[in-house]
Design a binder for this molecule. Structure first.
Ligand code: PGA
Length: 256
């Protein structure tokens, strides 16, 4: 089975309620007949109203983070079960703005991934190296560490509900995108690590997204790479036209 292309929009801490509804509605209409899997990740507060807008559409809903626990005295946290109840199919785990901005450790991210998967969610597990790590040839060792600790203890069944997003930190929100070749090399390496951890079938079936300044202008080259199965889009997901142009680009480069 060829891997189906997947385009995910991470809205971060942007949009008010009216904008969230409008954006979701535009994406739902535009992606209606798409051959690509499409998901959007609004802020927590807009999950319920956006779930309503997406009802009956082919666009999936996801959260930007989840708690590592099911329930309890964890002020300000949101449990994966609550996300499921709110209509989410997905959650991001380990976005660099949490890894590096909020010092979330590999161990914590592993617990979040497990808690989300146990609840029944799908996970987009984000990894990526810092600029100084790339400049000092540590990209592969960083990715290996993030994957081997972050995904430790997951079962092969759980891995069918995990996507990886490779997002070089130096490319996120900077306008500086990885070259097609840099992305392909990193994705091929991720697939090799997955093969070592979970075997050939998981390695071949896992969707690996590229993220970091993906725009309609650069999406085509990235999505044409054999191991790039889609995109995790930040800035360009906040406008219906640019997000749909990336979805369209993925449809053109789909594997099936
Ligand atoms: P960007 O963000 O597309 O704005 O670089 C990507 C991301 O953070 O997932």
């Amino acid at each position: 089975m060829p891997r189906k292309k997947f385009v995910a929009g991470n809205w971060k801490m942007y949009t008010n309620l009216a904008q969230a509804r409008e954006l979701a509605s535009g994406v739902a209409q535009g992606a209606q007949h798409s051959t690509v899997n499409v998901a959007i990740f609004p802020p927590f507060t807009w999950l319920l109203p956006v779930a309503e807008v997406l009802q009956g559409s082919s666009v999936s809903l996801g959260a930007q983070d989840c708690a590592p626990e099911k329930e309890g005295a964890f002020t300000g946290q949101v449990s994966p079960l609550m996300l499921l109840d709110a209509g989410c199919q997905y959650t991001l785990v380990g976005h660099s703005e949490r890894r590096h901005g909020l010092n979330e450790s590999d161990d914590l991210l592993n617990r979040k991934a497990k808690s989300a998967l146990t609840a029944g969610l799908k996970v987009i597990f984000c990894i990526g190296e810092l600029l100084n790590e790339r400049d000092t040839n540590q990209t592969e060792s960083v990715l290996l560490q993030q994957l081997s600790t972050g995904l430790v203890g997951l079962t092969v069944e759980e891995m069918t509900r995990v996507c990886i997003a490779y997002e070089p930190v130096w490319a996120i929100g900077t306008g500086r995108v990885a070259t097609d070749q840099q992305a392909q090399e990193a994705h091929a390496f991720v697939r090799k690590v997955l093969r070592g951890m979970f075997g050939e079938a998981v390695a071949m079936e896992t969707t690996i997204l590229y993220g970091g300044s993906v725009k309609p202008e650069n999406a085509g080259g990235l999505l044409a790479q054999p191991d790039v199965d889609g995109a995790l889009v930040g800035g360009a997901s906040l406008k219906v036209e640019s997000f749909l142009a990336i979805v369209q680009s993925a449809a053109t480069h789909r594997a099936d």
